[in-house]
Design a protein around this ligand. Structure first.
Ligand code: COA
Length: 326
């Protein structure tokens, strides 16, 4: 435990015990004279105050290092953000951080079970959240989700394409349908949402954020389907940024590296594998969902008003050493 945190704890315990001693003043008086009692109480109060001060310093330092506090709370104030796959995982984190920074959320997932707890969480924390069950593979369903969101909020400023599918499978075992399913969700789904949101984004001079990966920068065995799908997503990011920039729409992406606090990674990261991956992360730690949230906040805020057509790699330098574990 860091010494200052220890100070905070001890300060608390001492203060608690002081309180108890006040309650047992009668007993205390019996055992000590009044002068001695006052001397002890004053000494303990001094120690307690000092330790509490240390604790406060620790709290200040902790909040300065707290990644949630990097941006002003109102950085996305009043913006309406439509986030696919916004119920869980990395995009779930993005949705929560957008809400915490002033945005009003519309989240989609194929499964209602993924949406209900997220909506509840955002609302309990003072945000607004509108949830629509949608499969991004089907254009009509996406159009309907966009229309419902506009009906609910009036407009859309930000679209985040996070809906994705993934599983590990070697190329020789993967069926054509397995390959196509992931491409349909990731690539076609991203296009579907961008296309269906275009008129709204044109009106709001809004922006798109596509969640990609680094798998396709080199070669990642067992991930041919996702690599191909995400390469397509990157192409969509670049092409749309070039075509829609003139409408005031910025289109960017994020390519996350190994993010440890996602459900998938928690299951996958057995100690041996964790060590193997860690050796290939120059910055010396796994990513956290908060790392991606901060990149998303930056890219969708006015701080990035001249950033267009970029896929920002947030991986601690991992892909440079090769993401393959083969
Ligand atoms: N290994 C190999 N092939 C697989 C597979 C696996 N683990 N999972 C699915 N497939 C194949 C199926 O066999 C099927 O192909 P086939 O008809 O030739 O047999 C094809 O993919 C479609 O599978 P199906 O389960 O019908 O599709 P779905 O639309 O219900 O599921 C997936 C979508 C494929 C993405 C599924 O893995 C899924 O729902 N995953 C959970 C969400 C997720 O992956 N999130 C990760 C975010 S990064």
């Amino acid at each position: 435990m860091p010494p200052l945190l220890l100070g905070e704890r001890i300060g608390g315990i001492v203060a608690k015990n002081l309180g108890k001693q006040n309650g047992k003043a009668e007993l205390f008086r019996k055992k000590t004279g009044k002068a001695r009692q006052e001397k002890w109480a004053s000494l303990l109060a001094d120690i307690s105050g000092l330790l509490r001060l240390c604790g406060s310093w620790h709290a200040v330092l902790k909040s300065e290092n707290n990644m949630d506090k990097i941006f002003a709370d109102n950085i996305l104030q009043g913006k309406v953000a439509f986030v696919t796959g916004g119920g869980t995982g990395i995009t779930g984190g993005i949705a929560r951080s957008f809400a915490a920074h002033g945005a009003r959320l519309a989240i989609t997932s194929r499964k209602e079970d993924n949406l209900v707890p997220q909506k509840q969480f955002i609302e309990e924390n003072g945000g607004e959240c509108f949830a629509v069950v949608t499969d991004v593979r089907h254009y009509a369903a996406v159009e309907n989700a966009i229309a419902k969101t506009v009906e609910h909020y009036g407009w859309i400023d930000i679209v985040v394409n996070g809906a994705a599918g993934n599983f590990l499978c070697s190329a020789e075992q993967l069926s054509a349908n397995g390959f196509g399913t992931v491409v349909d969700i990731d690539t076609k789904g991203t296009f579907n949402v961008c296309r269906a949101a275009f008129e709204e984004l044109k009106k709001s001079k809004g922006q798109i954020l596509n969640i990609s990966a680094t798998l396709h920068y080199l070669a990642t065995p067992m991930q041919i389907h996702v690599s191909a799908a995400k390469a397509g997503v990157d192409a969509i990011t670049r092409n749309l940024s070039a075509e829609w920039g003139r409408h005031g729409i910025r289109v960017n992406g994020i390519a996350p590296g190994p993010i440890e606090d996602t459900e998938g990674m928690k299951r996958l990261l057995v100690p041996e594998l964790k060590e193997k991956i860690m050796r290939k992360i120059p910055i010396g730690r796994f990513g956290r969902i908060a790392d991606i949230e901060n990149a998303a906040l930056f890219l969708t805020s006015d701080a990035a008003s001249y950033v267009n057509g970029v896929t920002l790699v947030v991986d601690g330098g991992n892909w440079l050493l090769g993401t393959s574990l083969a």
